[in-house]
Every structure is written in structure tokens, then in C-alpha cells.
Design a protein. Sequence first.
Length: 144
Amino acid sequence: MMQRLDNIAIVVDDLEAAKAFFTELGLELEGEATVEGSEVDRLVGLEGVRSDIAMMRTPDGHGRLELTKYQSPSIRASDPQAPANTLGAHRVMFAVSNMDDVLERLRPHGAELLGELVQYENSYRLCYLRGPAGILVALAEQLT
């Protein structure tokens, strides 16, 4: 029986930039490690794995994002500009309290709006943005 969602892992090409982006968003660095060895190879179905990981935790402590930078084998490139409706595409959504401030703080870290910042009925302000390594990030600000 499933107990909880433990974390979501995302492969990045620049671990430092990804950590800075998600730290600016409000996640906290929980820990870092380099993983390798036969167990890791067997787990992910690759040979010669060596990867650096950074575990980022949401401020409430209930969500974690694992950022993974493969040193070997080399990463397989995907389209970092793939649209949101791409098969298998992922998106991570975060609740924020001040959308304008968050967007302003993320822009220096390369954040670009995918579409527009919209208001959904009288409930939320929402946007999709592209972060490091083409990661799709959605932000939601609940309106009072």
C-alpha cells in the first residue's frame, strides 16, 4: 500500500544553477550526495552511473524535489523548449503567496513565462514558466 509521494527527480545539466533557482523559489537544500556503484547501475538500468544529487525540500516539509546531474553516462538530450502538451512531459506546481515577487526573483535565474500570468475565476493567479534544463514549473497564488 502506498504511503506518500516521497520525491520527484529531475535530471539537470547544471546542478548549481538548478539549486539556485529552486532555493530562490523557496525550497531548502536538505542534502547532497554522489551516487555510483553496481546497485545504482541496476536500479536505473544504466552502466557506469555516477551522479550528483541535491535533495530540495519544500518549506512545509511535505514535498521534496531531487535534482540529479549525471557525470556518467552522459545525459541524453531532449528538447528543452518542448511545449506543455508533449507526451511524457513533466511539470511541477508550487503554491506561492506573492506571485509578482516570486516571478521577479526567478527572472535572474533564467525563468521565462511559457504563456501568460492569468487569473482563473476569482480563485487563483496561475502561470507556467520554464526553469533550468527546460523544467516546466507552474505557480499558483490563491486569491483571498
